[in-house]
Design a protein around this ligand. Structure first.
Ligand code: GLU
Length: 470
């Protein structure tokens, strides 16, 4: 029997969530779901200046909208509450003291300025910048004197010398780091707030997180966090570092590549299933492009299928998934999705047929609105090119069409057959002027579904416009 799997999403609420962190959340949710485990949401708000409650609310809303349910953590509760790091101060105190007792930490009084200069000097000497260890040799008297003088130290973790930190990354395989390449690092800031390295690792252990899936920008943090956990005698989770998302041009994903906030995508009318299916393919190999619900994605999710190379986000792919999601959505979902403006425009008794007719032709909400206009507007605006198409068909053609409409009602097949018999026109020359005169467009949903929605009276008026064409 394996220990139960627990994964987590641990955002810092310093901004809105975007495709990158939503994907991290999704992969963790899928991994837990796949193994019947627990998915946890922890709020890493130790940076009091940049963290905002509104971002916490927004990220909860975004995650709920995406359907990423968590069973423990913020707004869900659990045995390890509280789940906001800003409320876990006393817990962290306990572990700082444990490290102090073991002589694994020391106060550091180096100023920003000093540290900057030392970094610069090391870089100039072609060395990787790391803390020189200057304050590690201070005697307790020296420390006491500095404190008495009003200096406020940071707390540094004493990295052991000559060790090798080895772990197996779920994506990248065997990893080896030399402790001698890692400088003593800060685990508590001068203002007393705990640093990321520390809270993140301690909380993973206390909250019994078994698997950490996170961005590869954290890969070099991992050996530091393993050292910390070992020093505290706390369990070390399994890590998997996923590659970054880039734009289709290969550069790191940024605003420039379009709207990337989850909230923005929702506002723009993307369906959550579209975003989820799109994200699931960014860096995880499924081997097919079938639309899946979360459970379906989870069933095929494996860390071994996570890619080492960067994943390219492409708007075209997101639109592909949007179409796929629209095809899967229920009538109720789509009727909700089209928005109030469309619902006001389309008579209630037509709602079902409107959605059934349009389903294949929708990508964004604007398409629904445009088609509501095409079907229910009294006046159809035609583009010049389309005016030429109906004019080329001529007045006689539309007189036949009007007679056919009177005879058969708004049934397109019968109407077209009738016009064909009477005018001798067939194929595109028959269908195109009828479609254009009736809908104002050369392409669109099946006329057989659309004409009943336009209805007898509007269809008649739309055909009559053209009977005097020569
Ligand atoms: N709060 C960190 C971040 O948002 C979490 C990193 C992690 O997943 O370990 O980058």
């Amino acid at each position: 029997m394996h220990a139960p799997i627990k994964t987590r999403f641990a955002p810092s609420p310093t901004g809105l969530i975007h495709l990158g962190n939503a994907r991290t959340a999704l992969f963790n949710a899928l991994l837990a779901l796949r193994h019947g485990g627990v998915f946890l949401l922890r709020i890493e708000d130790t940076d009091r200046e940049r963290s905002r409650d509104e971002y916490i609310h927004a990220l909860i809303e975004d995650m709920r909208w995406l359907g990423l349910d968590w069973q423990e953590g913020e707004a869900a509760g659990g045995a390890q509450a509280p789940y906001r790091q800003s409320e876990r101060g006393t817990l962290y105190e306990h572990y700082y003291e444990q490290l102090a007792r073991a002589g694994r930490v020391y106060p550091c009084f180096c100023s920003e300025q000093e540290l900057k200069l030392s970094r610069k000097a090391q870089l100039n000497a072609g060395q990787p910048p790391r803390y020189s260890g200057k304050c590690s040799h201070l005697s307790s008297d020296e420390v006491a004197a500095k404190v008495a003088a009003g200096l406020r130290p940071t707390l540094r973790f004493r990295v052991p010398k000559g060790e090798e930190i080895v772990f197996t990354d779920g994506v990248r395989g065997a990893q080896r780091f030399r402790s001698d390449d890692i400088g003593d690092f800060i685990i508590r800031r001068a203002d007393g707030t705990p640093a990321f390295f520390f809270t993140n690792a301690v909380d993973d252990a206390l909250m019994e997180v078994s698997h950490v899936v996170r961005g590869e920008d954290h890969l070099t943090n991992t050996p530091r966090q393993i050292l910390l956990l070992q020093a505290l005698g706390l369990p070390v989770p399994s890590y998997a570092h996923i590659s970054m998302i880039t734009g289709s041009d290969g550069s790191p994903l940024s605003k420039r590549h379009g709207s990337l906030g989850i909230g923005e995508l929702r506002e723009a009318g993307f369906l959550p299933g579209a975003v989820v299916n799109h994200l699931a393919r960014l860096g995880h190999y499924f081997g097919h492009d079938d639309y899946k619900e979360l459970a379906g994605l989870a069933a095929e999710f494996e860390t071994a299928r996570l890619a080492k190379s960067p994943a390219a986000h492409d708007d075209g792919r997101l639109l592909y998934w949007q179409k796929a999601a629209l095809l899967k959505a229920s009538f109720e979902e789509l009727w909700e999705w089209v928005g109030a403006e469309v619902r006001d425009r389309v008579p209630a008794e037509d709602a079902q047929s409107f959605i059934a007719a349009l389903r294949d032709n929708l990508v964004m909400r604007a398409d629904a609105l445009r088609w509501a206009g095409r079907l229910y507007d009294e006046q159809l605006e035609l583009e010049q090119e389309n005016i030429e198409i109906v004019q080329a068909a001529g007045g006689d053609f539309f007189r036949h069409a009007l007679e056919a409409l009177t005879l058969h009602g708004p049934r397109f097949k019968e109407l077209a057959d009738e016009v064909k018999q009477r005018s001798g026109v067939k194929g595109k020359a028959l269908f195109m002027p009828l479609r254009v005169a009736l809908t104002g467009e050369q392409h669109g949903p099946e006329m057989g579904r659309v004409l009943p929605l336009i209805g007898m009276e509007r269809a008649r008026r739309r055909l009559e416009v053209w009977v005097n064409t020569r």
